[in-house]
Design a protein. Sequence first.
Lengths: 105, 227
Amino acid sequence: MTALLSMLVLGAVSWLFRIAFITLLPADRLPTRLQHGLDYLAPAVLASIVAVELVDQVRGAPPADAVALLAAAAAIAVVAYRTHNLTIACTLGIGVVLGLDYLPL
Amino acid sequence: MRSVLDKAMPTYVLALRDTASVALGIAAFGVTLGVTISVLGFGTVPGLVGAPVVYGGSAQLTAVTLVHQGAAFAAVVASAAIVNSRLLLYGASLSRRFSDQPGWFRWLAPHFIIDQTYLLSNARPELDGRAFRRYWGWLGLFVLVVWSFSVATGMIAGPALPELPHLVFVGTAMFLGMLAPRLTNRPAVAAATTGGLVAAVVGLIRPELGIVCGAIAGIVAGSAVRR
């Protein structure tokens, strides 16, 4: 019961977060500097997600896996920068996973 | 060329194409979450309900882990809510595009805000008014279906699936694929560099705070460099 209730309450809290600056207090009432700062939210949050996920995956991993993951991440970033193609990035990610989990290294 | 072709496309086709571009990353994380739900005995109904209701994989994963560890209800909700607090920033950033929409849309459609829908719509600034409303509705629906189906697959078929301990890296690759093309000017590079460093350091100490702290630090850095 705790599990189901936690999902419902968390869903309600998340919905409040989602509507907070859209419906309850529209962001155009926020200070102009703050509004302009949000132009950089996308690169900031993306880099934050990547950093947290990479740290989580590398921590406690065997050194060879950690190096391979970091090298693969750098390579995928370069490919994505040049191609602007998300599908290629995801496909490369799958290749890395299959390589790490199935190739006898 | 792309924008000329895209303008001629129905919004549901644009949404479907955008969903397809991130489907692998979403599916990988969804299946990983589903397997975790199954292994930790979180329960089928809470797991299936949580996928579309919470609609945030990291927050749900936090809640699943804490419930398994026997944490108090308030601690479960508070910790998972902190993980989802970046939704406040996404809402603020999307606010302008919702401002001229009907009331029902402003109350209900923000439920579709997650990392991927925010970032995909952010890459289509040309859509506004009715076109944005239709695009956002289709995008949210398609991504929700992919996400919920992936979590359910992980829960139900988890034991039969091959062991892939690094599967979550596909999601990381997806976010890298979204990040790299955005690094086109100094403020964006400063925002990403600062955000990534702060998130990594904070995440080592308090994992649930890493992303939101990194995002805020990145916004400050990007704004400072622009001036």
